[in-house]
Design a protein around this ligand. Structure first.
Ligand SMILES: Cc1cc2nc3c(=O)[nH]c(=O)nc-3n(C[C@H](O)[C@H](O)[C@H](O)COP(=O)(O)OP(=O)(O)OC[C@H]3O[C@@H](n4cnc5c(N)ncnc54)[C@H](O)[C@@H]3O)c2cc1C
Length: 403
């Protein structure tokens, strides 16, 4: 096989963005799940004409470096004013503020991640608020986004405003797909430490359905209703049983713990080229974990950190200041404190190799993970996080840091 094709790309660097399959003029590339359930390109050599387009535009190569914005950055902490939307959001609701502007003020479109009818995380494009509402909240599983790129192109060519929200690797793929810079496109990156496999999530949902005897409608990993905002276990499963909608809050769900501790992430996430201060999106949004240190109080309903990377991003935020109940500029050192993803990708735990095993059932994965040293150590820390009141937790945290 020629060395001009996607087959040359190191599998561990491939983010599964699907750009190669979209770009291939002969449809010689299909995205298929690997043994761990992550999508990746499979090239049909018989159809390939060796044009090299797949490799030239692949974000897993150095072409991605050209996308990184190197202009001076500014940071701020923010909380959306709309309390209802704040409750739906994982962090401080910056996504909600942006999406409202695109739908209600600009008559534009939003592309973000929803669960489809099969509980798969997929990106969708819409100009309807009811659909945007489904995008709220972090879905801790790799989402498919590339199928939206042709529609986004058409909208931009028709001079429509488009907001795209996703992971940095999805934004890199979108920008490489579009090629030209479109002024009416705003790319917003969720600060991401990695994504688990869609097949693992499928197993988790199947496990929940069996256990609950109902149909799972939503898995909210960062539900704030009971314990407020935090990084630990806040999973709330919404399901339907005998015609009634019910909620289940699993105790220490292995799926979430494994995600949180980095046991079940895509290989490329452990060497994410976007986990650095200079970013690929107009705006970067994440949890402001350093808020307690900065303000000396706990934000029970959530607070976001936002990094403005481009002039377009700045203009958008300037137009929206009134939509925030709290808005304060931050020096870089304070903004990125306690959020490692601004500096480096998550370390690959030693037990990652043993985590994914072919044909393993969810329960089996749980046991495997639970016996790992990383998991036991970190689960203990997370039990402590879930049950010790925030004030005490943060006081202890501060003492530990000061030591
Ligand atoms: C897989 C993943 C890992 C993350 N890791 C971190 C982290 O390490 N540190 C940190 O500070 N923040 C992380 N976040 C981001 C954080 O959880 C919030 O999503 C972010 O702060 C935005 O919150 P919000 O309150 O503005 O809006 P929210 O309503 O919570 O944001 C929802 C937005 O996130 C997008 N989204 C949801 N799930 C996905 C997905 N699977 N793929 C792509 N886009 C998705 C939706 O399209 C929507 O636009 C992660 C998010 C995800 C999905």
């Amino acid at each position: 096989m020629s060395d001009k094709t996607i087959a040359q790309v190191d599998k561990r660097a491939c983010t599964g963005c699907g750009l190669c399959a979209l770009k291939c003029p002969r449809k010689a590339i299909a995205l298929k799940p690997d043994d761990e359930g992550f999508l990746g390109p499979v090239l049909d050599a018989a159809l390939c004409i060796d044009c090299g387009l797949c490799l030239k535009t692949c974000p897993a190569t150095d072409v991605a470096e050209t996308l990184i914005y190197r202009e001076p950055r500014t940071y701020f902490a923010a909380i959306i004013a709309d309390e209802e939307l704040l409750l739906k959001s994982s962090s401080g609701g910056v996504f909600g503020v942006l999406a409202k502007r695109y739908i209600e003020e600009l008559g534009g479109y939003v592309c973000g991640c929803v669960y489809n009818e099969n509980m798969q995380a997929v990106h969708t494009v819409t100009n309807k608020w009811e659909e945007v509402v489904r995008m709220f909240g972090s879905k801790y599983v790799q989402s498919r986004a590339a199928h939206c790129f042709p529609e986004i192109t058409k909208l931009l060519q028709a001079d429509k405003q488009v907001l795209f929200v996703g992971t940095a690797c999805q934004i890199a793929a979108l920008r490489l797909y579009l090629g030209d810079k479109y002024e009416k496109l705003l790319c917003v990156e969720i600060l991401c430490h990695g994504v688990p496999s869609p097949v693992l999530f499928e197993k988790y949902v199947a496990h929940l359905e069996k256990k609950l005897g109902g149909t799972v409608l939503d898995v909210q990993f960062r539900n704030k209703e009971k314990h407020g905002w935090g990084s630990e276990h806040r999973t709330c499963v919404v399901y339907e049983k005998k015609g009634r909608i019910k909620k289940h809050r699993p105790t220490l769900p292995a799926y979430f713990s494994a995600f949180f501790y980095g046991l079940n992430l895509r290989e490329s996430c452990y060497q994410c080229r976007y986990a650095q201060l200079a970013r690929v999106a107009d705006l970067t949004i994440g949890d402001f974990w350093g808020a307690y240190h900065k303000y000396g109080k706990f934000f029970t309903e959530g607070i976001s950190v936002v990094c403005i990377n481009t002039v377009g991003g700045k203009q958008c935020i300037d137009a929206l200041r009134e939509q925030f109940a709290f808005f304060e500029e931050l020096p870089e050192a304070q903004a990125v404190r306690s959020n490692d993803n601004f500096y480096h990708s998550i370390p690959r735990p030693r037990e990652r190799d043993a985590f994914y095993q072919k044909n393993m059932r969810y329960r089996g994965l749980w046991k495997k993970a639970y016996l790992s040293k990383t998991y036991r150590r970190k689960t203990l820390a997370s039990i402590y996080g879930a049950f010790v009141p925030p004030k005490i937790r943060y006081a202890l945290h501060r003492i530990r840091r000061e030591k």
